[in-house]
Each structure stands twice: as C-alpha cells, then as structure tokens.
Write a protein that binds this ligand. Structure first.
Ligand code: KIV
Length: 263
C-alpha cells in the first residue's frame, strides 16, 4: 500500500482498513495480516502508557513507538500522529516534528483539524511528506470541545466540518479521518471529496474504517464506546493462557524435560 493505492481504493470502491499499532510484537502480527495501513496513534498515551487522554503523548513517545512499529511491520504503510501542540509552534519546529516521525519510520503523518494547519500541510506535501487529516471529534481538542461528544450534529457545525474537509483536501491531504460524526454527514463528505475518508464512529458510508488495536481485540475492559466492536474476547483469551501457565507451575506440569538444558 502506498498513497496512490489510497486513491485507487476509493475509485474502485474497495474499503480501506486501518488499525492502530504501537509496539513491535503487535506490528509483527499485523504485518502478516491483510490490513492496509497502520496508525501509530497518539492514543498510545492511553493504551500503552495509561494516561487518561491523548494530550500526554509527546514527539519523543511517538517517535519511539513509530520506530518499533516500523521494525515489526516494514511491509505496511505507517501513519504516525503528530502529537498535541507539536505542530502548533514555529513553522520550523512544526516541520521538524514531521521530520522526526518520518525518520522514525512513518510514511505519512496525521494531524487534527484544519484551522491554522493549512500552510504546514501544503509545505509538508510539497516536501514529500504525505499528510492525513482528522476532523470531527478531534481528541487533542478535548478541553476546547467540552469533552468527547459527537460533532457535526447541528447544520452549522456540519457545514464547518464539510468546509474543513475541502480545505484539507485543497491543502494536499491524501486522506481524512472522520471521527464521531453523524453517519449521513460522513457519507456526504465522502461522496464529495476525491480523497478517501476513513471513519471511526462515522458509520458505514466512509471509504474505510479504523479501530484501536486493543478495542477491536477486546483487550480494553475500561472503554467500550458505542462505535467499537470487539471481534475477539482478547482479555479472556489472554487470562486463560496466563492462568494455565500459573496452574502448570503449581502442579509441576511446567517445565517438562523438553524445556530444560541438559548441560
Ligand atoms: O490516535 C488514534 O487512535 C486515532 C484514531 C482514533 C483515528 O487518531
């Protein structure tokens, strides 16, 4: 998969799949799957570091996890999130932030919202860095939005998201994440744009879907929003393996002869 394939998939009406990934072991597993694209999301702050939101993700954290994912899934197209405020500094620092993620192994960067970001997007795309946009519920704007709420429910706010989507496409974004917006709005934007949209909590009318690795595998017991579907009861699955190990230690079933070195 490369950015040309994103456009091709939209034209051919083939759905795009994206899964978040933060570490080498998961990346190895995903590298053997048919997933189109991996996202080293700033949700890493929550899933891997236990913070309550994405605002604690730093460029250093993003680069570290991007490099690990890149080592584990060298065959996959990797998008890495520019974290909170890392692209809202001086123009030079903003470009450097993108450079850090690309040099860590990402093929593209993702950033949230349009206002104030368009010159950077244009500069990055003209400099060879593909940019994925992100509109709707943008978690880095948690406090400005007054919490995690579905966006674009009023005519005015829906119109703003639509205008921003066009502005991002015009600035050079090769694709766009639409998070937690009404399904009819996501579908309308998807039909109007020439770049593919990837939805999360945005209904079936987008060109693709993204979910957080831990959510789709049922590993995150604390968090179950309406838009998440767990395709595995991963938490029980892991617990069964762990309990079997503990039981085998206690009963002496493990280790066996084949697990021992003779000399
Ligand atoms: O960081 C993340 O996981 C994301 C997805 C929700 C799109 O940005």
């Amino acid at each position: 998969m490369n950015i040309l394939d994103f456009y091709k998939k939209k034209q051919n009406k083939e759905k795009i799949s994206m899964i978040t990934c933060y570490d080498y072991t998961s990346a190895k597993i995903l590298s053997q799957s048919n997933v189109d694209c991996l996202l080293v999301g700033d949700s890493v702050a929550m899933t891997m570091h236990g913070y309550k939101d994405t605002l604690s993700a730093t460029l250093e954290i993003m680069a570290l996890h991007t490099a690990a994912v890149s080592r584990g899934a060298s065959n996959k197209f990797i998008v890495s999130d520019l974290p909170f405020l890392s692209y809202r500094k001086s123009f030079t620092k903003n470009v450097s932030a993108a450079q850090t993620l690309i040099q860590a192994g990402a093929h593209a960067v993702k950033l949230e919202c349009a206002a104030g970001n368009l010159p950077l997007i244009q500069h990055l795309t003209e400099s060879g860095v593909p940019v994925m946009g992100h509109l709707g519920l943008t978690p880095q704007f948690l406090h400005a939005l007054g919490g995690y709420h579905v966006q674009g429910k009023t005519v005015k706010s829906a119109q703003k998201i639509q205008e921003d989507a066009f502005a991002l496409q015009e600035a050079g974004c090769f694709s766009l994440v639409l998070e937690c917006v009404p399904a009819h709005l996501a579908e309308q934007i998807t039909q109007q744009l020439s770049i593919p949209t990837i939805g999360i909590g945005a209904g079936p009318g987008t060109d693709g879907q993204v979910l957080v690795f831990q959510d789709l595998l049922g590993l995150n017991l604390d968090f179950k929003p309406k838009f998440v579907k767990s395709f595995l009861n991963g938490s029980d699955f892991f617990s069964t393996g762990i309990e079997s190990f503990i039981h085998a230690i206690k009963t002496g079933e493990f280790p066996q002869h084949e697990h021992c070195h003779s000399n």
